[in-house]
Design a protein around this ligand. Structure first.
Ligand code: PLP
Length: 443
């Protein structure tokens, strides 16, 4: 029996709502084998609600602040105040090598070798840097393939890359759509497309977890098919990093990039991550857009006119890293190292399954995220009526104002709820289900 059905049974009626369901949610919280680390985060207050803290389901948009961030940031501010320029070499974490501190935990998080990852820039910038190296249209092979529901920034980035190469985006950019009447791309359809048209594909660039539907793609199978077709395969992991376990090296992914302010809780506009497969970091002939942080550490300060790129993802760094912006990423990665991605994934499965079971009986709404737990991460996207005062934006406002439930609206009719395993609880899921039922039932 799933947790939700247990709760329903405990409540003794079909919906499984009210005080008995609440007690069951509390029991699930007390007995989960992977306890919540909520106490390590600043959880916003829930003004006016029945509970002091928000039930925060927007961690797929902006993750909560770890309590350790302020201390780490303060140490860098102190070193700057105390040491000035000498902080580069004499700080407690010397700034000149600061990005090195993130390498190993980031590599563990995405299943990479340490020299395949680097923390730098922001996500879309990293996608551009990766495309400068790996989108090399030639002859018939000019296409960039994305999903039709790609995040807009990705759409803009690939279209501008096509233009940059003198191509018409209307021809060069292919948007893969689900079958008529379906919400999700089928792996077999992506593979079939690559088998049929792969000779024309220069770059396959999909989201590992779709931002809108929450669909988790079969990255291993799709990467295999893309590479077999002779295409470069890159992944946008904005909604996958810190959400689902990744094996980028073993999957033979060419490159990947991710932001760190969603599931990785590193703060608004935080420094992003980038992965380049070992076979490319060893290949000095790969063209890059370079800057001084992309030359070897040992000779960087000889200030020579010619670059000597290291055989690592660091070769794609351009500028010296923003240390004050890296400190929160370091704080966050320490938490992921401690919690372990596999344990978080297991807890995420239980929380998301419970929430899905609690949402299923609510009339008038439907979950458009795959029901197969292997085909989703923490996010459930809920299609709401979209009319009569129940468009997604109005509903999200009422959830916050009336119940302290923080969700995210994609107009006109999708509400996204992410029960993030680090700090969300079964009780939060209970609150979200009760509030959604009450608001949609009263309209
Ligand atoms: C959040 C998100 C972005 C945001 O890009 P930034 O460069 O970090 O502003 C881009 N792509 C996807 C798929 C996202 O989910």
């Amino acid at each position: 029996m799933t947790a939700g059905r247990r709760a329903a049974a405990a409540a003794g009626r079909g919906g499984g709502t009210g005080p008995a369901a609440e007690a069951e949610a509390r029991r699930l919280d007390a007995s989960d084998p992977v306890p919540s680390l909520r106490a390590e985060f600043h959880v916003p207050p829930a003004p006016g609600g029945a509970y002091p803290e928000a039930a925060y389901f927007a961690g797929n948009s902006l993750g909560l602040q770890p309590r350790t961030v302020a201390g780490l940031l303060r140490e860098e501010l102190d070193d700057w105040a105390r040491l000035g320029v000498e902080g580069h070499t004499r700080g407690r974490r010397p700034w000149v090598d600061y990005h090195e501190l993130l390498r190993e935990p980031a590599a563990r998080l995405v299943g990479a070798l340490p020299h395949e990852v680097v923390a730098m820039n922001t996500l879309t910038v990293n996608l551009h840097l990766m495309m400068a190296s790996f989108y090399r249209p030639s002859g018939e092979r000019t296409r960039i393939v994305i999903e039709d529901t790609a995040f807009p920034s990705d759409s803009y980035a690939v279209a501008s890359q096509a233009v940059h190469h003198g191509l018409d985006p209307a021809d060069a950019v292919v948007r893969l759509r689900p079958r008529d009447g379906e919400e999700h791309l089928r792996t077999e359809d992506v593979v079939a497309y690559l088998e049929r048209d792969g000779a024309r594909v220069a770059l396959l660039l999909l989201g590992g977890v779709n931002y809108l539907t929450g669909q988790l793609m079969d990255m291993a199978a799709i990467t295999r098919a893309g590479r077999a077709a002779g295409a470069v395969v890159g992944w946008d992991l904005a909604h996958a990093a810190g959400n689902v376990p990744l094996r980028l090296h073993d999957w033979d992914v060419d490159f990947a990039a991710w932001c760190t302010y969603k599931y990785l809780n590193s703060g608004p506009g935080a420094v992003a991550g980038c992965f380049v497969h070992e076979r490319h970091v060893r290949d000095a002939s790969v063209p890059k857009l370079s800057g001084w942080w992309g030359t070897e550490r040992a000779t960087r300060f000889e200030m020579a006119p010619e670059i000597r790129p290291p055989a690592s993802a660091d070769a794609w760094q351009v500028s010296n890293p923003p240390v004050l912006a890296l400190a929160p990423v370091l704080a966050s990665l320490e938490i992921f190292d401690r919690a372990g991605m596999d344990a978080l994934r297991a807890r995420s499965g239980r929380l998301t399954g419970y929430l899905a079971d609690r949402l299923a009986p609510i009339p008038g709404i439907s979950v458009i995220t795959p029901s197969d737990p292997a085909a989703r991460g923490s996010q459930l996207s809920v299609r709401v009526p979209g009319t009569g005062g129940l468009d997604a934006g109005a509903l999200v406002e009422r959830l916050a104002a009336e119940a302290g439930v923080i969700a995210d609206a994609r107009e006109p009719d999708v509400v996204r709820l992410a029960p993030v395993p680090l700090y969300c609880t079964f009780h939060d899921c209970h609150r979200a289900a009760e509030a959604l039922a009450a608001i949609t039932g009263s309209a």
